[in-house]
Design a protein around this ligand. Structure first.
Ligand code: 6CS
Length: 364
């Protein structure tokens, strides 16, 4: 029999007496076991305000992590405005001061030129399922991960946020309508290249400055999913919205690569399992948010909503050539591989008829 040191015996005895006095409550029993490790906190910064698509993603991620880790990992969510704008958030992740953040292509393409592929009009199929299949393609995923890694960012997930709409104080139905229009763009030069191809005069601004710029007439129009328009109240200063069915807003969730690599296997597994399946969670959420916003705009009759016909879309696609060239110049060899992979997957979807459902009212 193993001898129990007298001091330990006394501690045990005192503990059982104490327990006896306190009933056999589980929580108190826990006090006898080695102390639970202190929960660790992961900071997660958003590019959007509370109740947005990014917020819904982050809340669900937090719920999953806390459940998987049994509370050992807490996630602290910082909505847009609490710690900085998009380029700043990317910097915080690269410096390791924030563990996780959203990074959308219109901003992050400044440091990851390959991210600009998500800004190219009429590249991805219109069909939702075909689009999902492309975004989950392992070969494309690996190329994107390499691109993100070479900018010091670990790509954790792609987050579909819905079709991008254009708003202005005039209908935007053909490329010529953009002529001289001061279009607000996100901060990456690639976003300017898209609207320049149609003759616009782009003005790069952080998200948080768009409302004021529209109000003061410093910009004439902007582009964003419908949920973002109502959430940020852009419709207060815009009389027309176009549903071009040209580009979907696909954000990325990024982490610090060193932090990710240095996580112990259990924590990394929690993180990976929490992230897996998030596209399936967020897709219906973004659809609901975007549909609700469009409905709200239609009912308020504050803004006229236009859908582009097939012919009008073709006009925009054909005029977007210089934007594709700008992407090729900026994104180099890997950028070309990414573009070709998306084109190949898109052609495969079209040849199987998976891209037939190009409804004119492509709004979510
Ligand atoms: O327009 C922007 O800058 C922002 N739009 C959305 C929908 N999310 C984040 C991004 O920064």
């Amino acid at each position: 029999m193993t001898a129990v040191p007298t001091r330990s015996l006394m501690v045990l005895l005192a503990s059982s007496l104490f327990l006896g006095a306190c009933s056999d409550n589980d929580e108190v029993m826990t006090g006898l076991l080695p102390a639970d490790p202190e929960p660790e906190t992961w900071r997660f910064a958003l590019e959007e305000v509370g109740d947005s698509v990014q917020d819904a993603w982050a809340q669900e991620f937090r719920r999953r992590i806390q459940e998987l880790s049994d509370g050992q990992v807490q996630v602290e969510i910082y909505p847009y405005g609490s710690i900085g704008n998009s380029p700043h958030l990317t910097g915080l992740v690269r410096d390791g001061r924030v563990q996780l953040a959203f990074a959308s292509p219109g901003h992050v393409a400044s440091v990851i030129p390959e991210a600009g592929v998500f800004l190219l009009p009429y590249l991805f199929p219109e069909d939702d399922q075909a689009n999902r299949t492309i975004l989950s393609d392992p070969e494309l995923g690996s190329l994107l991960e390499q691109a993100w890694a070479s900018a010091g960012l670990q790509l954790m997930s792609l987050v579909p946020e819905g079709w991008i709409t254009w708003t202005a104080n005039q209908p935007l139905l053909e490329p010529g309508d953009f002529s001289g229009l001061r279009m607000r763009t996100m901060t990456a030069p690639m976003h300017n290249a898209v609207f320049e191809a149609w003759g616009a005069d782009p003005v790069s601004l952080p998200y948080g400055e768009v409302h004021e710029a529209l109000q003061l007439g410093q910009v004439d129009g902007q582009s964003n999913p419908a949920f973002a328009v109502t959430e940020m109240q852009f419709q207060e200063f815009q009389s027309h919205m176009t549903l071009p069915g040209a580009t979907r807003f696909v954000a990325s969730v990024v982490s610090n690569p060193e932090w990710y690599q240095n996580l112990d296997s259990t924590h990394r597994e929690w993180l990976d399992s929490a992230t897996k399946g998030m596209p399936e969670f967020i897709d219906p959420v973004q659809q609901e948010y975007n549909q609700r916003s469009l409905q709200q705009l239609r009912e308020s009759a504050r803004i006229r909503i236009h859908s582009l016909s097939k012919r009008q879309r073709t006009g925009f696609r054909e005029a977007a050539g210089p934007a594709v060239e700008a992407y090729r110049e900026q994104a180099g060899k890997r950028g070309e591989q990414i573009l070709e992979r998306i084109q190949r997957l898109g052609e495969a979807a079209r040849s199987t008829g998976a891209d037939e459902s190009s409804a004119p009212d492509t709004a979510t």
